[in-house]
Design a protein around this ligand. Structure first.
Ligand code: ADP
Ligand code: C5P
Ligand code: MG
Length: 189
């Protein structure tokens, strides 16, 4: 049996995960972009039984129970045919529970690395408040909570990948194309 090849993409809210993943899939056709946040928003909007819980967590800036998110990621990977593609799994694993659930639920996945988009908080705040998608969680009150969750729950996961020798850290400050070129160089694309 072939296993999925996965690159996790982590970084603070507004670090450019979605922007850079889009550039990668537009340039390299063997990649698929799966944003955990997008999958959760789609599930919420399509009347999933977990919809209310997802909405509550998003507005609190907290992390949705992992079995919900991993289930959505797994279904999406199966739909794309997981042996053929390289998956950019964006915004995951956000905490210990995400991390542990991934390795429990998905059999022997092959995680190539974790790509970390490193960006200072003041830039994250500017980018999120300037984002024009109309997301209900892109307000200063929820963003403050999301930044706290990022610091307390996600940064330890990033350190875990570093300790395992699986972290590729990218300076995510600067213009979009400069950062894309840094990612291409780091991933040998
Ligand atoms: P994330 O998915 O990490 O939360 P996004 O890719 O959605 O971040 O980017 C957040 C906002 O910042 C968007 O409005 C995007 O257009 C903008 N943005 C992304 N990368 C840059 C960059 N390098 N410089 C300036 N703005 C950026
Ligand atoms: O990555 P994104 O900014 O789209 O995530 C939006 C929200 O989705 C997060 O603040 C969080 O509430 C939820 N989320 C989650 N678990 C993930 C990814 C996102 O609970 N792994
Ligand atoms: Mg995003």
């Amino acid at each position: 049996m072939a296993f999925p090849r996965v690159i996790f993409i982590l970084g603070g809210p507004g670090s450019g995960k979605g922007t850079q993943c889009k550039k990668i899939i537009d340039t390299f056709s063997d990649f698929v972009h799966l944003s955990a946040g997008e999958l959760l928003r789609d599930a919420k909007n399509s009347g999933s039984t977990a919809g209310e819980l997802i909405q509550k967590c998003m507005m609190e800036g907290s992390i949705v129970p992992a079995e919900v998110t991993v289930g959505l990621l797994k279904d999406a990977m199966i739909k794309f045919g997981w042996e053929k593609k390289r998956f950019l799994v964006d915004g995951f694993p956000r905490n210990d529970e995400n991390y542990n659930a991934w390795f429990r639920i998905l059999p022997d996945p092959y995680v190539e690395c974790c790509l970390f988009l490193n960006c200072e908080d003041d830039i994250l705040v500017k980018r999120i408040l300037g984002r024009a998608e109309g997301r209900s969680d892109d307000n200063i009150e929820t963003l403050t909570k999301r930044l706290n969750t990022y610091r307390d729950s996600t940064q330890p996961i990033i350190r875990r990948f570093a300790e395992a020798g699986k972290l590729i850290a990218i300076d995510a400050e600067g213009d979009v194309d400069t950062i894309f070129n840094r990612i291409r160089a780091a991933l040998s694309l």
